[in-house]
Ligand binder design. Structure first.
Ligand code: E4P
Length: 216
């Protein structure tokens, strides 16, 4: 499973990228706003750091404007994936932009039917939002499973990019299901390294080493 980091914070991207933990980046208008930077400038900088796909989202509701904005975003760098919302207009924009050879990430997916439409419109990535479904007492992981089954049934090449990930557990569950990509905040990716027994065991080893005067 590929790891994308869901942020526009350069320091976080660099730290994970240096460790080989980043196969791509996803941003959205809320993350860009949080960074306090100009979208073109910060997206260009991210594309210079990470060689994999960097999702940059349009901010429009009609297909024509989405296509125009998508072309501008795609001109920032070769590794841009234009992010469009899963609306009827977003699907139209996906069809046109993917037909021009641009990578397209269709976002805000909450049903298997939406994912099926995105695949038929030529999406490179479909982004089902796990956490936001869980917030409504629905099963976000079940959606990932359903999309995996449907895409495999028909050999769709659209990659499942599990999004809105809130915990390390979401990451391993997505990997078990066979999501192609998971995008998560840096804090979640780092939390995957944690275990209470690792901390406890390490504490004991350090104490025993100190007691025995082990020096290396
Ligand atoms: C993905 O592309 C989205 O930017 C993101 O995963 C949304 O996550 P959130 O629901 O935590 O805002």
């Amino acid at each position: 499973m590929k790891f994308f980091v869901d942020t526009a914070e350069i320091d976080q991207i660099k730290e994970l990228n240096d460790l080989g933990m980043v196969d791509g980046v996803t941003t959205n208008p809320s993350l860009i706003a949080k960074s306090g930077r100009d979208i073109t400038e910060v997206t260009r900088e991210i594309c210079g750091i990470v060689s994999g796909p960097v999702s940059a989202e349009v901010v429009a509701l009609d297909a024509e404007t989405m296509i125009e904005q998508g072309r501008k975003l795609a001109s920032i760098a070769d590794n841009i994936a234009v992010k469009v919302p899963l609306t009827w207009d977003g699907l139209k924009a996906c069809k046109v932009l993917s037909g021009e050879g641009k990578m397209v990430n269709v976002t805000l997916c909450f049903t298997a039917n939406q994912a099926l439409l995105a695949a038929k419109a030529g999406a490179t990535f479909i982004s089902p939002f796990i956490g936001r479904l869980d917030d409504l007492n629905m099963d976000g992981l079940e959606l990932i499973e359903d999309i995996r089954t449907i895409y495999d049934n028909y050999g769709f090449e659209t990659q499942i990019l599990a999004a809105s990930i809130r915990s390390a557990n979401h990451m391993s569950e997505c990997a078990k299901i066979g999501a192609d990509v998971a995008t998560a905040p840096a804090s979640v990716i780092k939390a995957m390294a944690n275990h209470v027994l690792t901390d406890k065991g390490l504490d004991q080893f350090m104490k025993d080493a100190a007691k025995a005067g082990i020096k290396i």
